[in-house]
Design a protein around this ligand. Sequence first.
Ligand SMILES: C[S@@+](CC[C@H](N)C(=O)[O-])C[C@H]1O[C@@H](n2cnc3c(N)ncnc32)[C@H](O)[C@@H]1O
Length: 277
Amino acid sequence: MAGNYLEFQFIIEPVQPASEILIAELGYLGFESFVENDNGITAYIPVEEYEDDLLANVHILQSEEFEINFNVNEIERLNWNEEWEKNFTPIQVDEHCSVRAPFHPKTDVEFDIIIEPKMSFGTGHHATTHMMIQLILKNDWENKSVLDMGCGTGVLAILAAMKGATPVDAIDIDNWCYLNTLENISRNDCEHINVEEGGAELLEGRKYDMILANINRNILLRDLPVYEKCLNEQGNIFLSGFYKRDLPVIEKACKDLGLDFVENIERNDWIAAKFSR
Ligand SMILES: C[S@@+](CC[C@H](N)C(=O)[O-])C[C@H]1O[C@@H](n2cnc3c(N)ncnc32)[C@H](O)[C@@H]1O
């Protein structure tokens, strides 16, 4: 059943702050999506990424301060889409950009992005996507070459392209995201974005003015040296997918590679940060 997800329903007592800690720990271990509810959280991980003793590394499950129980089901990706269609509301980021589904009415903003995420990450609902959109809105992309690494739905690449970036490469390691980005670039008339499936191994010899990477702490720390090699002089790199407490380690990794911290945004304890050469 490759391609399916495991859906973990965690019942947590008391719900906060344990939910937040649990989401952070599961995020490090490769869980991809989280839905918070009154009783706890539901968390999703691809079946192929789950190993039997994975939850043994989740410290909060061993904590005596909280009572946490869970049950797990295997689900098909398509069920997620139905859930998403039921629950998805358009997102407005600042006054210039909205992210909506094809079935929502057109919005009257400068950048009206249409996304059908299915199982891919990147609707603008998550703090990290929201902040990356804010950083893109604040910067000049006209005629800049751009890499969107870990493109998910392609939302960041699409916005950069709408703001004049060219050429734009959007890369994701996940086949579903690759296919979903192809669909979304077509929906937004951004077919000139080049979409590829893979990871840092694809980047050998490439050069970009701007790099966007909203992935997670560990992958960023591992792949930053590869991204840095791809950055043109005076280029900028925008990173997210990590918590506020990890900003110092990300900042140090960038500094060691000759990248200076420019600014960061914070939302719900997550960070999006800009670095430049
Ligand atoms: C947090 S999502 C971000 C999606 C989108 N860019 C956004 O901002 O909403 C991270 C994405 O990175 C992809 N990913 C994970 N590891 C990766 C890697 N080593 N190289 C490229 N993409 C990766 C995942 O499949 C996922 O789509």
